[in-house]
Design a protein around this ligand. Sequence first.
Ligand code: MLC
Ligand code: AMP
Length: 508
Amino acid sequence: MEANLYHLLQGRFLTNSADPGLELAGDQTISYADLDDGSARIARLFQELALAPGDRVLVQAHKSPQAVMLYLACLRTGMVYVPLNTAYTAAELAYFFSDSEPRLVVCDPQAANKVAGEAAAVGVPHVLTMDERGDGTLMTQAVSLLPKNDIIRLKSSDLGAILYTSGTTGRSKGAMLSHGNLSSNALALHCIWGWIPGDVLIHALPIFHVHGLFVALHTAMLNASRILFLPRFDADEIVNLLPRATVMMGVPTFYTRLLQNPDLNHDVCRNMRLFVAGSAPLLKETFDAFETRTGHRILERYGMTEAGMITSNPLNGERLPETVGFPLPGVKARVADEHGRAVGRGEVGVLEIKGPNVFQGYWRAPDKTKAEFRNDGYFVTGDLVRMDKDGRVFVVGRAKDLIISGGYNVYPKEVEVCIDNLEGVVESAVVGLPHPDFGEGVVAYVVLHQDANISEQSIKDALENSLARFKIPKKVFFVDELPRNSMGKVQKNLLRERHTGVFQTTVS
Ligand code: MLC
Ligand code: AMP
């Protein structure tokens, strides 16, 4: 069987004679035929630039139909798509450039100077631009070329994308996802979520992460569905669109924000079939409030960059809050202690998984890959879970030191290193505290040298050059010392207890 994911997607989305595609604001539609044609022209441009299968194409650009075409062009030609969060600063970009060694970088026109400098420093041969209107050098060049309509033949283990996911050491690791990983997950989700002809998806997620790029786009494309393609999340806009939609996917913050909109009710959701939540824990109070307001029980699922989706609540069975449901078809899951030994049913341990969705390893980091896999091939997720007698999974915490804020991951170590480098700082500890909008908000505890004259604001300002804004602490507390246990390890749980309610009254 042809393993190229594009072959699978195109085989589904070009067979629908209605051909709806991406619907943009102002009633403009980019049909699936347009997406196919645009991706084929970009494929021709890749050829002119002498890119070869396996080359990395690094993209830091705003959400647009052209960005989707670029992704599809990479799939059809065997290039490896490397998307980056648009919030990353130049300082953060430098690492991704040197680590992934792209042959082509595509960025927003406003960022061209910044990016060109970083690209030149590591010898990237081509930098092109792409903007939200579809202008920029990438599309200007591509549209003047003849489409290159063939789809390269690939093995299922050939890479389709590298998605960076931060490590506990503070350095991001590139998770290598193959065409086989992506196809198997897309097909499983399309099946278990019961996509039907005529489904219409609201797409308000960014397309540089698993959730928006793979879960939402792939399932809708497999279904040849109309995609209401929003540049970003906007609760008012979504409430306006809900009567025309049947499926929506979002992080929990989407749902808490929708609940704040007085026009969200049963009637606007009358055609909706499915609301899916994931990327961070969905609170029971959100689940309950959403059901009361709309009559819909949000379907929560769980996944991660390295494995796409892993578990899901059932579409037709009991959809419960505070559980992420059952392993997807084809995914084996076990709960284990720190040595990889299975714990008893109902006991808490780390979730370990195996299946066609599990990634190929970390890019150019065999040691890190080895450290995350058991000898029998199970991948250690780092999430603390328990499984009930029926096999339902409950995520109860994280063995990894990770904060999830509004669905974006923040690794405390990375922020701590930046704070510790500031003049006048002795050391710091970064934790996540409950936040009514983002789920968790980033908070820093900082120990200063005696004579240091540093304010909370000056720390935040100083971090702006080195960290994306969503990683910058929303609150800084100055302390005389950090609490440590007898092994010298900082007791973050004690810090968290000190200010658990800090965001409950002040949303910032
Ligand atoms: C924005 N800000 C955030 C933030 N998003 N701060 C903390 N956490 C976040 N997630 C800050 C900005 O830096 C800015 O700060 C201010 O909030 C306003 O910025 P904005 O761009 O206007 O924010 P907004 O549009 O409201 O974005 C919030 C959001 C967005 C929740 C809609 O973050 C979002 O779309 N999140 C989805 C993330 C996602 O797709 N995750 C999936 C990962 S895949 P300042 O200081 O400049 O004012 C994965 C696997 C899986 O995890 O299972 O799915
Ligand atoms: P990422 O590395 O960005 O893909 O983030 C993956 C992590 O998000 C997982 O390892 C979990 O910790 C978390 N996550 C994803 N979905 C859920 C969920 N439904 N409930 C709780 N945590 C989740």
